[in-house]
Design a protein around this ligand. Structure first.
Ligand code: C2E
Ligand code: CA
Ligand code: CA
Length: 302
């Protein structure tokens, strides 16, 4: 059947995407020098993370998510930056994998969630109409007992309408146990949160999961656009278009990641993708910069 054909096509393209990723990894790890440097950084990270959290060295950066149809601001994603006293910056790829191993990511995720609540509270206090903030959640956080209660307590503490917050979960979490994840999603929906599946297409994704999981939004991995525009992979293009359509038919909103040029934007717009995120619109920036650039006084509210 054409459905089976499409499924096998998807598997093959996903495999190509995953392989491309692996290659990048091995290239980086090839050099002893790099490996040595990484070891020093890893040691620093693990011995300083707890204190860094207390000292508020983890900063909430915001990157805009834009409406594809007219290029206007729609919402934002919270991305963590670890900024040391001397101004040196650690990026999430340097420390999140270590935090996941040690379990520290549960604390960081909660901290970032609270920072997002505080930002929304500040917008409300300033008489601005808030925009949504998406917060990344690691697998460990999602499975934590009292996870949902904890989030609920925080939105109550800051008196935030929960629909302003979207929780981004990863596809490998979803693949593990659909029923258990759906139960959690149901509880999150009852409070009023939105749930998004991040990095879709970066692993060995199954299209089936889209029909089963009760997510509100699908984030298409930036690997798709790279494959299309940097490797001229025409199959990736077909799959991306079909995924946007499929999500639409399932009433799931779509966000494409890694929009770096106008060409990428135009393609995704022609596919009917709802939102875009990427350097073409803007990079992640500090809350202060974001507020200066995007959150102007809303005169209607005055
Ligand atoms: P992600 O959730 O997929 O976030 C998007 C990443 O793509 C960000 O990297 C962002 O800076 C980058 N990006 C944005 N636009 C473009 C573009 O046009 N081209 C390309 N090539 N990249 C773009 P970042 O900030 O380094 O974060 C990396 C990952 O770390 C995130 O990937 C997310 O999985 C994780 N992460 C970040 N903050 C948190 C957090 O607070 N908690 C948890 N658990 N994970 C986090
Ligand atoms: Ca994300
Ligand atoms: Ca992503």
């Amino acid at each position: 059947t054409s459905e089976a054909y499409f499924d096998s096509l998807v598997v093959r393209v996903m495999f190509a995407l995953a392989k491309a990723k692996e290659k990048v990894m091995t290239n980086t790890w090839f050099y002893d020098d790099q490996l040595h440097k990484q070891e020093i950084i890893d040691n620093y990270i693990e011995s300083h993370m707890e204190q860094a959290l207390k000292d508020h060295e983890f900063k909430l950066y915001l990157q805009p998510k834009v409406m594809m149809k007219d290029g206007t601001l729609h919402s934002s994603e919270a991305l963590v930056r670890w900024i040391l006293q001397d101004g040196k910056v650690f990026y999430p790829n340097q420390f999140i994998p270590l935090f996941e191993e040690s379990g520290f990511c549960k604390k960081l995720d909660m901290y970032m969630f609270e920072q997002a609540c505080m930002q929304i509270r500040q917008w409300l206090n300033d008489g601005l109409t808030p925009i949504g903030i998406s917060v990344n959640q690691s697998k460990l956080s999602f499975y934590e007992v009292d996870y949902v209660e904890h989030l609920k307590a925080l939105v109550e503490k800051y008196q935030i309408p929960p629909h302003f917050i979207t929780l981004e979960i990863l596809e490998d979490l979803a693949a593990d146990n659909v029923d258990e994840v759906n139960e959690k999603i149901h509880l999150l929906h009852e409070i009023g949160f939105r749930v998004s599946m991040d990095d879709f297409g970066s692993g060995y994704s199954s299209l089936n999961i889209l029909g089963k999981l009760k997510i509100d939004e699908l984030k298409l991995d930036k690997g798709f656009l790279q494959e299309i525009f940097e490797k001229n992979n025409q199959k990736a293009k077909i799959i991306l278009e079909e995924m946007v359509k499929l999500a639409k038919n399932l009433s799931i909103e779509t966000v494409v990641e890694g929009v770096e040029t106008e060409e990428y934007h135009d393609l995704m717009k022609s596919f009917g993708c709802d939102y875009g995120q990427g350097y073409y619109y803007d990079k992640p920036m500090s809350q202060q910069d974001f507020n200066q650039r995007y959150m102007k006084k809303d005169w209607k509210e005055e």
